[in-house]
Design a protein around this ligand. Structure first.
Ligand code: N01
Length: 646
């Protein structure tokens, strides 16, 4: 593995000159055991983002020269790196690279996420592999072929459990297939926003565009041979649990409208939270003579060039769409009901340099350390700043001192972006604390607002007429096209499917329209053998990658299925006490956090101000909660018992 790195020393040196210094020195320390050079570099690293360093160039060159020597020595001698580094060494390397103390408790999760010790640590293995006939008789149906559904399929395949994916769309990708609006991209760095077990060495950007993400998803499908297990163009309309048979009856509707029912021993919902567009019922909407569409249902037949375009909404989708279309349209009018917070990230628009692509591919462990740094940069670091300090005097606009400092920092940034336009600044700075709604990444939004062909309209819309949007104060804005960047029906989880549990009650009977709850966000009393991915209170709003959460949930579900199959249990249902206790804890924890702030309305919570969508936990906490399936939290119903009862 080292031969490839040193085969062409000129290429190695050229690539290292472009590589980030933190992962470079981490590789060096790992391979050489040279902690002195790590200690020399450490004081010049202020944080885990690649731009948070001020290492002097001569010191950088010293690190690169030393690494070239070490790689050459490994290649020449055939020496192998130490299989596993002692925890204290790992911690020292991580702390230096991240520019922040990395506590002991994070080491196991980081080792897993980076696969630094090789292998696939999140894979679930059999304790006692069931007989082939038992496995063959057990069938899992997965709803949805997005990131989560495909991850489940890969893991089921590893275990040899038969499965089928039902996908309503004609292709894989879920949200990344459906959202094709201009500028659509991920705002989590994608060297972290990707499967831990299938890293991509070839990302061309730090925050990839939709097409590249979709290509990654498609290539994962091909790599693991999943396509033959997917029924495309088929929607799950309903499912009912049959207690006597210990199975789910699942109603499907094909593209031709034909209905069909299939059976499954277990059902995994991987439909996502952001799947069903929310299109507000603004009076007069249907009268509009021009084109009107939602960002997630982009109408490619509409040429926006030279048109007067309205965009309703200023969330993450608007943040990417607006600046992408503004240069082409005659006029863009942005309708902002509430402002959102947005931070800048210098890497957001950057391509991965050729040298960085080279080191990711050729230098052992560079990609792993890079993944660690991205995990660290964008994850739990902010979590404790999102708690309300009861003694903080300005609770309306911030939660505590650090949250106020963040507010001040963003206001300064936005003021600069707006060239000091205080009138506009007053309109775009939210009155509520930073992080109250999803923190956005500035996609040159504020610069866009300064364009002569863009105007920002604030306040509530009264109605839509044949050719205009009319505000409550009577002002009228004539437009040719209306883009609804109005988000998704997140709280109405699992809709419009009708899921009927063991007792005959449907999930809507229990959750109502917008009050979903589940144990760990995964299992629901009365719904045996049903597992949710990206279910209630599992969205990440302080940072992190939702794929990390997906992998936690999928591991848990695989362990649950393993338990069923190894113990010959045909039904597994979470105990009500475990579910209620968990949800009490979720609600209690949320009460002191930013998302429950009374001054904010967002898709994170329902109309009763209960946070239903977002997780209150650090990534570490949720990882711990889901790491080991605990059968004592579940009621079981063995196959033999069931047979006896029939
Ligand atoms: O939706 P949103 P989104 N009249 O719900 C406004 C993910 N995502 O699609 O704030 C006027 O955030 C509404 O106003 P208000 C990400 O998790 C990720 O943008 O409610 N306005 C708001 O401004 C994200 O959080 C990525 O007052 C109305 C907007 O519409 C989630 O998807 C990219 C209105 C809706 O914002 C959803 O983001 C895109 C009305 N009647 C999305 N109704 C990336 O990874 C609603 N609004 C980058």
């Amino acid at each position: 593995m080292f031969e490839a790195a040193v085969k062409d020393e000129a290429a190695l040196r050229a690539a290292l000159a472009e590589a980030d210094i933190a992962p470079t020195v981490m590789v060096l320390a790992q391979l050489s055991g040279d902690m002195a050079i790590l200690d020399e570099v450490a004081p010049h690293i202020q944080g885990a983002w690649s731009f948070m360093e001020s290492v002097p160039e001569p010191l950088k060159q010293k690190v690169r020269d030393r690494l070239v020597e070490v790689l050459k020595e490994y290649a020449a001698t055939g020496r192998k790196p130490a299989a596993e580094l002692p925890t204290a060494t790992l911690q020292r390397i991580m702390t230096a690279g991240a520019g922040q103390h990395v506590p002991d408790e994070y080491i196991p999760v980081l080792l897993e996420e980076t696969r630094l010790n090789g292998g696939d640590p999140r894979a679930v293995h059999w304790h006692h592999r069931p007989a082939a006939a038992t496995l063959d008789a057990f069938k899992v149906v997965i709803i949805g072929a997005g990131f989560s559904g495909l991850c489940s399929a890969i893991r089921l395949q590893d275990l040899g459990i038969p499965y089928q994916i039902i996908e309503k769309n004609p292709d894989v990708g879920g949200t990344w297939l459906e959202n094709a609006y201009p500028g659509c991209a991920v705002d989590t760095p994608n060297h972290f926003y990707s499967y831990s077990f299938n890293p991509n060495e070839a990302w061309t950007r730090h925050f990839s565009r939709r097409d590249e993400l979709l290509a990654y998803i498609r290539s994962s499908v091909d790599k693991y041979g999943l396509r033959q297990h997917i029924r495309f163009g088929t929607e799950v309309t309903a499912a009912a649990y049959d207690e006597a048979g210990g199975a789910w009856s699942i109603k499907l509707r094909g593209a031709d409208g034909k209905a069909e029912t299939i059976q499954a021993s277990a059902l995994i919902s991987a439909v996502g939270q952001l799947n069903r567009p929310s299109i507000p019922n603004i009076p007069g909407k249907d009268r509009f003579k021009g084109k009107l569409f939602h960002t997630a249902q982009w109408d490619n037949s509409v040429d926006l060039a030279g048109k007067r375009v309205a965009m309703i909404g200023t969330g993450a989708s608007a943040m990417q769409t607006g600046p992408s279309i503004a240069p082409d349209v005659a006029h863009l009018t942005v309708f902002q009901r509430t402002p959102h917070w947005a931070v800048s990230n210098p890497n957001y628009h950057k391509e991965v340099s050729p040298g960085t692509l080279w080191v990711i591919k050729h230098i052992p462990y560079y990609a792993q350390w890079m993944r660690f740094l991205l995990f660290w940069a964008g994850s739990d670091g902010f979590h404790n700043t999102l708690q309300v300090d009861p003694n903080w005097p300005h609770q309306d606009r911030s939660l505590n001192e650090k949250n106020q400092a963040m507010r001040d920092m963003i206001v300064d940034y936005v003021r600069k972006e707006l060239d000091g336009d205080e009138e506009l600044l007053a309109k775009v700075i939210p009155p509520y604390p930073p992080y109250g709604k999803r923190m956005l990444r500035d996609n040159y939004w504020y610069r866009m607002l300064k364009r002569p062909n863009v105007s920002l309209v604030t306040g509530d819309i009264a109605e839509i007429t044949e050719d205009a949007i009319v505000m409550q104060d009577g002002t009228r804005h004539e437009v040719d096209v209306i883009i609804m960047a109005t988000g998704f029906q997140a709280s109405k989880m699992l809709a419009p499917m009708e899921l009927r549990g063991r007792t005959g009650r449907t999930i809507r009977d229990i959750w109502g329209d917008d009050d979903p709850r589940a144990y760990l966000g995964i299992t629901v009393p009365e719904f045996p053998n049903l597992f949710l991915i990206y279910g209630p209170n599992t969205n990440l709003a302080h940072g992190g990658s939702i794929i990390f959460h997906t992998e936690c949930q999928v591991r848990y579900i695989m362990q649950a299925l393993r338990f069923m199959l190894e113990h010959d249990e045909r039904a597994l249902e979470v105990k009500r006490e475990a579910h209620d206790e968990y949800n009490r804890l979720v609600d209690q924890t949320h009460r002191g956090m930013v998302w429950a702030h009374p001054g904010v309305m967002s898709w994170y919570k329902n109309k009763h101000n209960r946070v239903t969508v977002t997780s209150p936990w650090r990534l570490l906490d949720y990882w711990r909660l889901t790491r080991d399936f605990d059968a004592s939290k579940y009621l079981t119903h063995g196959a033999e018992q069931a047979v006896a009862a029939e």
